[in-house]
Design a protein around this ligand. Structure first.
Ligand SMILES: [Zn+2]
Length: 258
């Protein structure tokens, strides 16, 4: 007997481990797996670096990459499903070590459908320099309506208390201090660490990670040519942001405007 998606062996494991639901979260795991596979495809991480999660707001769980498993071995069955208390509700792997960061962000903003963390090199370079990325051109303005913010370093007591959870708290606090929120921007740099991005879906969160890497790369090259470049004038910035995201947006096709 047993549910077909779990199978006999898996059902036994559920009983043994006592931490899996009979719910298999098949679709959510497929979505998360597919999005994770975009990370190496887009060149955003090497080895096992990086992680993507997909959130189900109704069941308040998310599927995330397992810790330390190479991308070429990822399948939907390797994903781990975690609830917002941090309990693993499906999966035989240990979830990504960054899982508490994802959990904090979903708990505060359940509107997010996916979160991506990578160590893409240009974004990490800005994070290591502890610098906000200024709006220098329309590539940036098309996707982020202001600087890409960089958090300060986490404090020592925060790292010692609960490093990954505190990283999520720092992301939220930094955005709040800057007068914005994860609903108004979809990217941030964690100081000394690297980028976190999110989106309406897990796939969109990875695309935003790719966009952020390109924004950081272009800004880096610009500063190599001109160490003190002029920021993009507000009237150009606003035009580009509004034509893609404003109430009268006219970029792209009506059903796929982004
Ligand atoms: Zn990391």
């Amino acid at each position: 007997m047993g549910r077909p998606l779990l199978g006999h062996v898996r059902a036994n494991e559920v009983a043994k481990q006592g931490r899996r639901s009979v719910e298999s979260y098949q679709k959510l795991r497929e979505v998360a797996c597919e999005a994770n596979l975009l990370v190496p495809k887009y060149g955003l991480a090497i080895l096992t670096w990086g992680n993507v999660s997909a959130f189900d707001p109704e069941r308040r769980v998310f599927a995330i990459k397992p810790s330390g498993v190479p991308y070429e071995h990822l399948t939907p069955d390797e994903m781990v499903v975690v609830d917002l208390s941090g309990t693993v509700v499906w999966g035989h792997n240990r979830p990504s070590s960054d899982t508490p960061t994802h959990r904090v962000l979903y708990a505060a903003f359940p509107q997010l459908g996916g979160i991506t963390h990578t160590h893409s090199s240009s974004a990490v370079a800005w994070a290591q320099a502890l610098q906000d990325v200024p709006v220098l051109g329309t590539t940036h303005a098309d996707h982020c309506p202001g600087p890409v913010h960089c958090t300060p370093f986490l404090r020592q007591e925060a790292v010692q208390r609960a490093y990954e959870e505190e990283t999520g708290i720092l992301v939220l606090e930094t955005l709040k201090q800057k007068g914005t929120s994860p609903l108004e921007t979809n990217m941030i740099l964690v100081g000394g660490h690297g980028p976190f991005t999110w989106g309406k879906t897990a796939t969109e969160s990875v695309q935003n990670a790719l966009i952020l890497e390109e924004i950081c790369s272009l800004a880096l090259k610009t500063i190599q040519i001109q160490p003190f470049p002029r920021k993009l004038p507000d009237y150009i910035l606003e035009k580009h942001w509004e034509r893609k995201h404003g109430p009268h947006a006219y970029y792209g096709q009506a059903e796929n405007r982004h």
